[in-house]
Ligand binder design. Structure first.
Ligand code: S3P
Length: 459
C-alpha cells in the first residue's frame, strides 16, 4: 500500500567485503536536546557534530518560532537562547514531520507556559499516541484545546497560568515521557519529581545538569530512579560536542558482521550504557566488535568500534535490556536472520508505537524475504540461516513496506547486502529523518545499494 506520493524505492544487493573507516552522524537524542536547552538557556550555546537530519531541523525551527535565535556557521550551530520561562507563543502550528522525540519533548517544554501551541506532523507521527505525554501535563494544569481522536495530532494545548509541580511515576519505559515531564518542570515553581522504575536513556538529566539546572538523581534499593528538578532556575548556554549516534552506527555495524570478509572502523560512537544493548547482544551472539580508544567527551563516553565479519549464533534477549536498544531491534532481527539457531527477543511492547508498528513491519519484511520468524504480541523469534541462502525477493517484485519508518528502510537494505538475492524497500527517502548520509556512507564501505536515480545514471 502506498502511503506517500513521493516514495523512493531502493534495492540492496549482495556485496563484497565492506572495508573502511566511517563516522556516523551526531546522536539524534542529544541533538534534539541541545537545540531545546540551548534555545531555552540564557546566553550562547555552541553545538558541534549536530545531526542535520530532518527530525532535528524541525526542532530547530520550533525553537526559532518560540524566540530562540539559531544560526549555523562553518558547521557550528550557534544558539542565543530565550531564557528559561521566556519562550514566546508560536504564531503558526509547530510542524514536527516524522519526529516523535521532537514533538513529545516540545510538548513538555511548552506545557507549563500560559500560551497556545499547536502541533502537526506527517502521517506516521499523526498515528502515534500523545496521551502518554498529555496525561502528566494535564496534572500540571495544561489544557488540551483540540486533538484528533485518541490524543493524536493535530493537537493544540494551552498551559496553565500557574503550573503545579508534580510527582510522576512513568508508567512505561520511555525517555520521551520522562523528559517531557522534566522539561515541563523547568517552568513550574518548586520541585518536579519523576519516578522511573526502569532506567531509560539519561541524556535529559545529564544535559539539564550541564546547563546549570538544580537536578538530582537518586536510585533506591529496588533500582527505581527518583529524579528531582527545581523549576524556574537559571539555565546558562553551553558548548556541546554531539557524539556519533549508536542507533545509526548499528547499520554499518551489522552490515560488516554479515558480509563475509568485512573489516570496518566506526569512529566516535556514543557509549552511554543506556544505549549499548545492541553491542552487548551481538557480542553474546559471537560478534567480533572491538571497542577501541574509549574516552570521555562532554560528559559522555565515546569509542571507536572495529567490526569484522562474524558467524553469529541465536540468543535470547531479555526484556529488561529493551530500553538500552529499543531502536535497534529491526537491525538485530536482520542479524538474527543470518545467525545459527533461534534468536528470541522479549519485552517488545514499545515497538508497537514507534514510527511504525515496528514489530509487525519487521516480521512482514522478514517473511517477504523468506526468513522463518514468529511475531508474538510483545515478542519476536527469528530462526536464522547462516549465509542467507534463499533470502531476498526483490527479483520477484517484492519490496518491504517501510511505513514512513527510517529504521525499517535501513535494516532491510542492510539485509540485502548479505542475502542471496537482492532486497528492496518501497522508500529510502524517509532515511533522511535520522541519517541523511546513509547511502553515501554505506557506498563508501562498498555496499551495493541502488535507487531509481543511481540505476538511471548507469551507476
Ligand atoms: C528517544 C527515546 C526513545 C527512542 C527514540 C528517542 C529520546 O523513545 O525510541 O528514538 O530521545 O528520548 P521512547 O521514549 O518512546 O522509548
Amino acid at each position: 500500500m502506498n502511503h506517500s506520493p513521493n516514495l523512493r524505492p531502493a534495492t540492496a544487493s549482495r556485496s563484497t567485503a565492506l572495508k573502511g573507516r566511517v563516522r556516523v552522524p551526531g546522536d539524534k537524542s542529544i541533538s534534539h536536546r541541545s537545540l531545546m536547552l540551548g534555545g531555552l538557556a540564557a546566553g550562547e550555546t555552541r553545538v558541534t557534530g549536530l545531526l542535520e537530519g530532518e527530525d532535528v531541523i524541525r526542532t530547530a525551527s520550533a525553537m526559532r518560532a518560540m524566540g530562540a535565535q539559531i544560526d549555523r556557521q562553518d558547521g557550528v550551530w550557534i544558539i542565543q537562547g530565550a531564557g528559561n520561562g521566556c519562550l514566546l507563543e508560536p504564531v503558526e502550528p509547530l510542524d514536527f514531520g516524522n519526529a516523535g522525540t521532537g514533538v513529545r519533548l516540545t510538548m513538555g517544554l511548552v506545557g507549563s507556559y500560559d500560551m497556545k501551541t499547536s502541533f502537526i506532523g506527517d502521517a506516521s507521527l499523526s498515528k502515534r499516541p500523545m496521551g502518554r505525554v498529555l496525561d502528566p501535563l494535564r496534572q500540571i494544569g495544561t489544557q488540551i484545546l483540540e486533538a484528533a481522536p485518541g490524543d493524536r495530532l493535530p493537537l493544540t494545548m494551552r498551559g496553565p497560568v500557574r503550573p503545579v509541580p508534580i510527582t510522576y511515576r512513568v508508567p512505561m519505559a520511555s525517555a520521551q515521557v520522562k523528559s517531557a515531564v522534566l522539561l515541563a518542570g523547568l517552568n513550574a515553581p518548586g520541585i518536579t519529581t519523576v519516578i522511573e522504575p526502569v532506567m531509560t536513556r539519561d541524556h535529559t538529566e545529564k544535559m539539564l545538569a550541564g546547563f546549570g539546572a538544580a537536578i538530582e538523581v537518586e536510585t533506591d534499593a529496588d533500582g527505581v530512579r527518583h529524579i528531582r528538578l527545581e523549576g524556574r532556575g537559571k539555565l546558562t548556554g553551553q558548548t556541546i560536542a554531539v557524539p556519533g549516534d549508536p542507533s545509526s552506527a548499528a547499520f554499518p555495524l551489522v552490515a560488516a558482521l554479515l558480509v563475509p570478509g568485512s573489516d570496518i572502523l566506526i569512529e566516535n560512537a556514543l557509549m552511554n550504557p543506556t544505549r549499548t544493548g545492541l553491542i552487548l547482544t551481538l557480542q553474546e551472539m559471537g560478534a567480533d566488535i572491538e571497542i577501541q580508544n574509549e574516552r570521555s567527551e562532554g560528559g559522555e563516553g565515546v569509542a571507536d568500534l572495529r567490526v569484522r565479519h562474524s558467524q553469529l549464533k541465536g540468543v535470547t534477549v531479555p526484556p529488561e535490556r529493551a530500553p538500552t536498544m529499543i531502536d535497534e531491534y529491526p537491525v538485530l532481527a536482520v542479524a538474527a536472520a543470518f545467525a545459527e539457531g533461534e534468536t528470541v527477543m522479549l519485552g517488545l511492547e514499545e515497538l508497537r508505537v514507534k514510527e511504525s508498528d515496528r514489530l509487525a513491519a519487521v516480521a512482514r519484511g522478514l517473511e517477504l524475504n523468506c526468513v522463518d520468524c514468529t511475531e508474538g504480541e510483545t515478542t519476536l523469534s527469528v530462526r536464522g540461516r547462516p549465509g542467507g541462502k534463499g533470502y531476498g525477493r526483490a527479483q520477484a517484485g517484492g519490496a518491504v513496506e517501510t511505513h514512513l519508518d527510517h529504521r525499517i528502510a535501513m535494516a532491510f537494505l542492510v539485509m540485502g547486502l548479505a542475502a542471496e538475492h537482492p532486497v528492496s524497500v518501497d522508500d529510502c527517502g524517509i532515511i533522511a529523518t535520522s541519517f541523511p548520509e546513509f547511502m553515501d556512507l554505506m557506498g563508501s564501505l562498498g555496499a551495493e545499494i541502488r535507487t531509481a536515480e543511481t540505476a538511471g545514471a548507469g551507476a
